[in-house]
Design a protein around this ligand. Structure first.
Ligand code: SF4
Length: 211
């Protein structure tokens, strides 16, 4: 919580996830794999412009058309397949958002993980940002930052171990997990980069990696 408080004081609320609906969050979570968010935003804007930010319409659209629209996000063949797999799962459950919001978290997570192409980080992003479920998202930024902050074991530990650490240390609160992950991402993009900019870093007083 001390690290969260320092980050929050430095950067303020992040207002994540950018998206007007759970479906938009889900599409974004698939498209953002291995690419910067501005590329995803262009792809989503393309889908919106063509009236395809709708699960059924997207499933029924010509594959080549959809691939062209999501191309700015890169790896469009793989991402198209993953998107279709998730959409089939959602439509297979009648796009029942209430069901997704109320199913036990572990059950919902297992269902998403059974969808081909959905790994733990994507599943947890969908659960947290699409359905406000209290699961902590672990990504490469989380591992980098906390490794530098003295938790070296996180660098190579399995996803589940890192996630368990945060969920044991923090209250089970989707708003807190939402903000914490967003703050880690913004801090690692702005300051704790691959080559960190330690002078003026808001965490420098408690960071053993600072020069
Ligand atoms: S002091 Fe440097 S290494 Fe530590 S968190 Fe800040 S930027 Fe990263």
């Amino acid at each position: 919580m001390e690290i969260f408080d320092l980050l929050y004081s430095a950067y303020g609320p992040q207002g994540w996830w950018p998206g007007d609906s759970p479906l938009e969050v889900i599409v974004g979570a698939i498209l953002t794999q291995n690419t910067a968010w501005q590329n995803v935003a262009r792809a989503i804007a393309n889908l919106k412009r063509e009236g395809l930010l709708d699960a059924t319409a997207l499933l029924e659209a010509e594959p080549e058309t959809v691939k062209g629209l999501i191309a700015p996000a890169g790896f469009f063949n793989v991402k198209y397949d993953r998107l279709m797999n998730v959409l089939k799962y959602l439509v297979g459950h009648d796009m029942d958002l209430e069901r997704f919001r109320h199913l036990p978290v572990a059950d919902l997570r297992d269902e998403f993980l059974e969808v081909k192409g959905v790994g733990p980080e994507t599943a947890d992003s969908i659960l947290l940002y699409g359905f406000e479920r209290p699961v902590f998202v672990v990504d490469a930024y989380t591992r980098r930052l906390f490794t530098r902050l003295g938790y070296g074991w996180m660098e190579k530990a399995p996803y589940s171990e890192v996630q368990e650490f945060f969920m044991n240390e923090l209250p089970s609160d989707s708003d807190l997990y939402n903000e914490f992950h967003a703050l880690v991402v913004v801090h690692c993009k702005d300051t704790c980069k691959k080559r960190p900019l330690c002078s003026g870093c808001c965490l420098s007083s408690s960071c053993p990696a600072r020069p």
